[in-house]
Design a protein around this ligand. Sequence first.
Ligand code: PLP
Length: 387
Amino acid sequence: MHRVYLDNNATTPLLAEVREAMLPYFSGHFGNASSIHHHGQETRAAVESARESVAHLLGCNASEVIFTSGGTEADNLALTGLVKAGDHVITSSVEHSAVLQTAKHLGDIGCEATVLPVDARSLIDPESVRRALRQNTRLISVMMANNETGIVEPVEEIGKIAAEAGILFHTDAVQAAAKVPIDVTRIGCHALSISGHKIHAPQGVGALYVRKGIEIRPLLYGGRHERSRRAGTENVPGIVGLGKAAQLAKQAFDRGDDKKMAAMRDRLQQGILSQAEDVVVNGDGASRVPNTTNIRFDGIEGEALVIALDLKGLAVSTGAACSSGAIEPSHVLIAMGLTSAQARASIRFSLGKQTTEEDIDFALALVPETVARLRELSPVYRRMALR
Ligand code: PLP
C-alpha cells in the first residue's frame, strides 16, 4: 500500500545521511567516550564534533550544549535544575506536557508555578508575563513553537522582559529547531531544549543549551559526564546522529528548504480549505513554523478521520491524548478557546524533509473526500447544517 507520512511533529524518519554517520558507532567505533585509549578518543572526538554542530545550529558555544536522552529530559533538567526551594516559575498553558507536568511537580521541591493563558491563536502576551513577575520569580519557561499548531511564540520579547527583570528564561525549541533559525543570543534565553527525533535524528537523544556561567543542578548523578551536568555514559550513535541532523538542518536553511516546505504546507492547507466546507485553520494569522497546519473539520470526530485516512495510507494526527481509556481533547486547543467538540474535530498535518509534492497531491485527493463521507454519516454535522 502506498503510504504518506504527514505526522512529522510526532517523530521524523531518520535521514539516510544521518544513518550513515551513525553506523560506524554501532560497531567499529564502540569505545566509551570517557576512556583515554584509542577507542575512547575516537568516540570522544565524534561526540565533541556533534556538540560543535549542535552549537552551530543554535548559535552558541559547544561548551554550552548538554546532551540528554531527548526533549523531555532537557525540559525537566531546565525546569528543575535552574530553580531552588522558594522560587517562582512562570510558564504557559500551551506548553508540551514535558514542561507542564514538570511545572506541576515543582511543588515537590518547594517551588510554585504560574501557568499563563494564551489568546485565540495560542499566543502568549509578553505583558502578561511581565504582570506575573514576583519578587521570587526565578525562571520563565515559554516554548518557541507549539507542537500542535506550529505557532511561534514571541520569545524575543519574553527574553527582553526576563533580561530587564534579571531572571532566567528557558524555551522549549523542540518543534522550532531545524524549522526556523535559532539564535540563543537574539532570543535572550539562558536555556533551550531540542530533541533529535523531531529533526530527522534518532529517538532517545536531545540537548539542552545552558548559557555559560549559569549553574544547573543535574537530574542524574554519577560520573562527571557532560561537565558534571548530566551523568551517564554518552549515547554516542545517537549524539552523532543529532550532530549530523543539526549540520544538515543548517545547510537546508542556507538552501531555502524551509521556504519550499512552507509553500507545500500552504498548498495543502489551501487545497483543503477550497475543497471542504466548514473548515477552519486553528491559530490562523499567527506566525507559524513552515511544516505545520492544524485544521478543524466541524461536525466530525478527529479520531475517526485519522483512522479513515490511515486505512487509505495517510498518517496524520489529532492533538488528543488518551487518558484512563477516554479521549481527552487537546489542552492546547482548549486553551485557545475551542470547545471540546471543536478541539476533537481538529487534525494536525505536519510535513518533513522527506515530504514531496506528490505526497501533498495524495493528501489532497484523500482528505476532502473522506471528510465529506464522514459528514454524511454524522448526525452532529447534519444538525449543524440545518441551523
Ligand atoms: N517539547 C515539545 C514541544 C514536543 O513536541 C516534544 C515531543 O513531542 C517534547 C518536548 C518531548 O520530546 P521527546 O519526545 O524527545 O522527549
